[in-house]
Design a protein around this ligand. Structure first.
Ligand SMILES: [Zn+2]
Length: 275
C-alpha cells in the first residue's frame, strides 16, 4: 500500500480527550503537528518539508504525564511499516544502521562486562537487522539474539536474562502491549536495559515543537519518569533511571547478576556480578 493512500486513512481530527495509554486517565488534547515533522529536522530543517497536510494530535495525561497520539491506532503493523518504517526511514533516523548499534554494544559491554556478557542470554529487542547482536557476539556473547517486529517475523521461543530495548518505547503505539511482550521474553528474574528520552521540564511550553516528538520517524509516545514506572509496574517490573535517556527495569525477585546498592544520596546504584 502506498504512502499517499495510508496518509489518507489517518483521521483528520482527534477526540478532545482520550484514555491515557499508560494509566487510563482521561487525557485532553495537548498539541498538534504535521505528519512530516521528524527528529532529524534539528540537523537538517529541510527534512521537515514538504508538509504532508495531515495533522497529528497528541494527548497528555494529567495523572502520569504521558504524551501519546491515537492517530495511527487504525493501522496494523504492516501498514505502519509501509508508512513509517519504509525505504525512506533511514533519512529520518540515519543512526539506525551503524552508529546506534555500535553505541549500544559499547555501552552494554561497559555496563555489564564481557565476562558476565558471555554467560547471560541476551535479546536485542527492536535491533533492526541485528548489527548490535553481531557486535556483542564478536565480544564473546554466546547467547545473543535479535528480534525486531519490522525486520523479522519470528518471535524468539526462549526467554532471556537481559533484554536490550533501545529507542523502542517512543515508537510504541500500545505501550502496555509492548511491555507485556517484553515481560514475556524475559526470564522470571531478569533485566531490561532501555533508552527513551524523558520529557523536559518545560514540555508545556515546548508542546509539539519539542524535537523528540516526530510522527514521521515514528515517535508517537513520550514518557515522564512517573509514566514509565507506572507502565512497567503493570508487569511487576521496577524502573530505575540512570539519566533522562537511559533506564533499567528489574524483575522481583532481582536477577542474581545485579547488585543494587544505595549511594550516600539515597539513589540506587546498579552493579553487576558473576552469579
Ligand atoms: Zn497516564
Amino acid at each position: 500500500m502506498d504512502t499517499k493512500t495510508l496518509l489518507g486513512r489517518l483521521p483528520a481530527r482527534a477526540a478532545i480527550a482520550a484514555p491515557c495509554k499508560v494509566c487510563a486517565t482521561e487525557s485532553p488534547l495537548f498539541d498538534v503537528c504535521d505528519f512530516a515533522k521528524n527528529c532529524e529536522q534539528r540537523r537538517d530543517p529541510a527534512l521537515g518539508l514538504p508538509l504532508a497536510g495531515v495533522p497529528i494530535y497528541y494527548h497528555r495525561c494529567p495523572n502520569c504525564g504521558f504524551i501519546f497520539t491515537t492517530a495511527f491506532d487504525g493501522l496494523d503493523d504492516a501498514e505502519m511499516g509501509a508508512l513509517i518504517y519504509n525505504d525512506d526511514y533511514i533519512r529520518y533516523d540515519p543512526d539506525f544502521v551503524e552508529a546506534r548499534p555500535r553505541q549500544i554494544a559499547r555501552m552494554v559491554r561497559d555496563m555489564v562486562g564481557d565476562a558476565l556478557l558471555a554467560r547471560l542470554s541476551v535479546l536485542d529487542y527492536g535491533g533492526g537487522s541485528g548489527k548490535a547482536r553481531d557486535l556483542l557476539r564478536e565480544a564473546g556473547g554466546r547467547k545473543v539474539e535479535c528480534f525486531d517486529p519490522y525486520f523479522q517475523s519470528t518471535v524468539p521461543e526462549s526467554r532471556f536474562d537481559l533484554l536490550l530495548c533501545f529507542e523502542v518505547m517512543e515508537h510504541a503505539r500500545q505501550p502496555r502491549r509492548t511491555v507485556a511482550d517484553l515481560r514475556g521474553m524475559l526470564n522470571p528474574s531478569g533485566m531490561i536495559i532501555f533508552s527513551t528520552l524523558l520529557q523536559p521540564s518545560d514540555i508545556a511550553e515546548q508542546g509539539a515543537h519539542w524535537w523528540y516528538l516526530g510522527p514521521r520517524n515514528g515517535h508517537v509516545s513520550a514518557f515522564t519518569g512517573k509514566s514509565l514506572r507506572e507502565l512497567f509496574a503493570l508487569e511487576g517490573l521496577d524502573v530505575l533511571h540512570g539519566s533522562d535517556g537511559m533506564h533499567v527495569a528489574l524483575t522481583r525477585p532481582r536477577p542474581d547478576f545485579v547488585d543494587l546498592g544505595r549511594s550516600p544520596g539515597g539513589a540506587a546504584e546498579l552493579g553487576f556480578r558473576l552469579p
